[in-house]
Design a protein around this ligand. Structure first.
Ligand code: FE
Ligand code: FE
Ligand code: ZN
Length: 281
């Protein structure tokens, strides 16, 4: 079964219900959202009445809460070696986990972090320590490490680094991976041979860890390490290669999320989802 959706908004007055309605307007059957502005830590309380209304509507339409994704705010950097910044990241992520639990969300995508000069080994250690601390009080939210483009000092732009983080996490049932096609391509993985990429991932990390895939084209060539998303079929990855990922039999039932750029201030998701469905294979 294809679970396809996009990044959608989440605002104070409509919350999960509003996110769901936006997703439905794109003919999506799943979605991803930030529980507040991704660039700051301002958060307002979750309204259980709105959550229940969203659940009712999802049940009516057969939309599975378990396929819906939250994205952790990107200002969070667990790899940061500065103690107070690391602490801030751990505390804020713990709060995000609680918000996910309150919403019934079971999967949260996280950028592993940037080592900002302390080196890859220290960066990985900081991430692992932070994750283990967050998971102490977390019973139900699986944290999905996103594969990164390798911009700046980003950790997690190759499968080996993702594997090292997973190895350090004590509660393996609470850790997973979110592949991002733009990021993998930018990091140097050639999606013209996606079977090879998947095999490598399976050997190094294990395919069972993949719980979400971000579907984006890239504005740059393979290995550019730039992280500039492009609309589906308009970039250097191309429609065929993206369809290969979306309809790959080994990735069936895994949530696929579009994070492609708006075109003239309009979300492209309805058209992109239609294009993807039209090319079902
Ligand atoms: Fe991301
Ligand atoms: Fe992404
Ligand atoms: Zn990106």
């Amino acid at each position: 079964m294809l679970y396809i959706g996009s990044h959608v908004g989440f605002n104070k007055n409509s919350q999960l219900l509003g996110s769901l309605e936006e997703a439905l307007s794109y003919n999506a059957n799943t979605f991803m959202f930030y529980t507040g502005a991704p660039q700051n830590t301002m958060r307002y309380p979750i309204d259980d009445k709105l959550t229940q209304e969203a659940y009712d509507k999802m049940q009516e339409l057969g939309i599975l809460l378990d396929k819906v994704i939250v994205h952790a705010p990107y200002i969070i950097n667990l790899a940061n070696p500065v103690e107070e910044k690391h602490r801030f990241a751990v505390n804020f992520l713990s709060e995000e986990v609680k918000r996910c639990e309150k919403l019934g969300i079971t999967k949260m995508v996280l950028h592993p972090g940037s080592h900002v000069g302390c080196g890859i080994d220290n960066g990985i250690k900081n991430i692992v320590d932070g994750l283990n601390e967050i998971m102490k009080n977390n019973q139900s939210v699986c944290i999905l490490l996103e594969t990164m483009a390798g911009k700046g000092s980003e950790v997690g732009s190759n499968f080996e680094e993702i594997k090292r983080i997973i190895d350090g996490v004590e509660k393996k049932e609470l850790i997973g991976v979110c592949m991002d096609t733009c990021h993998m391509h930018d990091a140097g993985y050639d999606l013209n041979d996606f079977d090879k990429v998947l095999n490598d991932f399976d050997k190094i990390v294990g395919l069972s860890y993949v719980k979400c895939i971000h579907i984006n084209d890239s504005k740059n060539i393979c290995g550019a390490r730039r992280d500039r998303h492009e609309n589906i079929g308009k970039g250097y990855i191309g429609l065929e290669n993206l369809l290969n990922v979306i309809y790959h039999k080994k990735l069936d039932n895994i949530t696929k999320i579009l994070e492609t750029p708006y075109i003239n201030d309009v979300a492209p998701y309805k058209e992109e989802i239609a294009l993807i469905r039209k090319n079902a294979r």
